[in-house]
Design a protein around this ligand. Structure first.
Ligand code: SAH
Length: 428
């Protein structure tokens, strides 16, 4: 049986090389070819002797999930549907953001970590936004340079059943493997690189390898990764951490911890374990200003109530690469979007250094919630900003290809048979 090298980190690759009687430095070479150059063919690894390449080809493979569908939205958002076997499919989304900027900013699956890089068009945007808002918040902030965010899935389905999330409605099948998680970044990097006019093949590989060790460069299409696709990443912590280590490794993707964001519905022990294992930027799906409402929207709250969750966030900050946690808050009309609830939220989070990211609800079939009106969102944001909280409103992207937050459905064979048991509960 061959070993799939795509999910092995540097240490594991060293072990694999030792098994072949090869020196440890081969591990770094392999990492660079696989992740930096996006090569899946050992014969392209020209700095290794031919007999070694042949032995590698016999004993190993480099395989990401198979692409079932590849769709690009009118706004440039691109979504891949990937086969993860036994009838299950997951989704990965790429959200490019130019320096055109916007007043309501951020990708469909992210914007937990807004950058403040100045760019040539900052002036234009600052003129556009002049006088629109007080000194803090999205409208006044200058747009950053190009940013490309990849939103990655961590599970086939999700077991948490948040009431407004389409992934949660499908039920849960299984955790993704390290290969399937990092394979999403591998595939997207490769697809985007070839789109960006570098001819695929050996020359591409060599030029990419030639630039190793410098970390992420401006021209790389993926500058940020958010674990905000299908699934709850902290419920698959071991595999997610192993994949994130590859994201951070200079010989692989070389992303800084600040540019990798993990979003959780609030698994408190998981937050503590992440802090020790691999602290990256943290986003927490809060969505409600009190336990009564959060119990309803995010049922895991019954197990880990808000007070415990906020304490875990404070503990996390001692090791976090950023000095704040991002609280995500989905805007549901008439449910959690009143001025009173904004005040309650501001008081609730006052003890945690944080930014708030308001996400306009993205509807999907079979759900009763409505998106809050732009006026309600602006009012809510203003209350938070007046309370001194940095607040952004997430720009919804890729709606025409159902790639927006909470719309990722993929295809999941529900092992929990949740759908069936629900149907049985329905009166006939
Ligand atoms: N399980 C992780 C990742 C989920 S997806 C978590 O809960 O954080 C990332 C974000 O999208 C979460 O904040 C999630 O609550 C939000 N989301 C889910 N469904 C949504 C929808 N229909 N509209 C808008 N945001 C949604």
């Amino acid at each position: 049986m061959t070993v799939n090298l795509i999910g092995l980190d540097q240490e594991a690759l060293r072990g694999f090389c030792a098994g072949l009687g090869e020196k440890p430095y081969r591990a770094r070479q392999l990492l660079r070819w696989i992740h930096h150059a996006g090569v899946d063919d050992f014969s392209a690894m020209t700095d290794m002797a031919k007999p070694l390449r042949e032995r590698l080809a016999e004993s190993a493979s480099i395989a990401a999930p198979r692409v079932l569908r590849d769709t690009t939205a009118a706004d440039g958002t691109r979504k891949w549907l990937l086969d993860v076997g036994t009838g299950n499919a997951i989704e990965t989304v790429f959200i490019p953001e130019g320096d055109r900027g916007g007043l309501s900013r951020g990708p469909a699956c992210g914007d937990a970590t807004p950058e403040r890089d100045a760019s040539a068009s900052d002036l234009v945007a600052s003129i556009l936004s002049a006088g629109r808002s007080p000194s803090r918040g999205p409208a006044s902030r200058a747009p950053r340079r190009y940013r490309g965010t990849l939103c990655i899935s961590s599970q086939a389905g999700c077991a948490l059943e948040c009431s407004f999330c389409s992934t949660g409605k499908q039920g849960f099948n299984r955790n993704l493997t390290v290969e399937e998680i990092i394979g999403q970044l591998w595939l997207a990097s490769r697809a985007l690189r070839s789109r960006d006019a570098l001819a695929p093949g050996l020359r591409t590989a060599q030029s990419a390898v030639g630039s190793l060790g410098r970390g992420v460069t401006e021209e790389r299409p993926i500058s940020n990764v958010v674990m905000m696709g299908m699934g709850e990443p902290l419920a698959n912590l071991e595999n997610v951490v192993a994949a994130m280590r590859l994201m951070l490794d200079d010989s692989a993707y070389g992303l800084s911890r600040r540019r990798v964001t993990l979003s959780t519905a609030g698994l408190v022990p998981g937050i503590d374990r992440l802090r020790e294992a691999c602290p990256v930027a943290l986003a927490v799906s809060l969505h409600a200003p009190n336990d009564a409402l959060r119990d309803e929207l995010v049922p895991i709250n019954r197990k880990y109530p808000i007070r415990e969750l906020l304490a875990a966030c404070r503990r996390y900050l001692s090791k976090a690469p950023r000095d704040f946690v991002t609280f995500e808050y989905v805007m549901l009309a008439g449910v959690n979007d009143s001025v009173g609830q904004a005040r309650e939220l501001a008081a609730l989070v006052s003890e945690v250094p944080c930014k708030i990211n308001l996400i306009p609800f993205n509807p999907f079939s079979g759900v009763d919630y409505q998106r809050s009106s732009p006026e309600a969102i602006a009012r809510f944001r203003d209350v938070l900003m007046q309370a001194g909280l940095v607040t952004t409103v997430r720009k919804t992207r890729g709606e025409d290809i159902a790639a927006a937050c909470g719309q990722l459905a993929g295809r999941v064979l529900d092992r929990t048979r949740r759908t069936e048991s629900r149907q049985q509960e329905l009166p006939r």
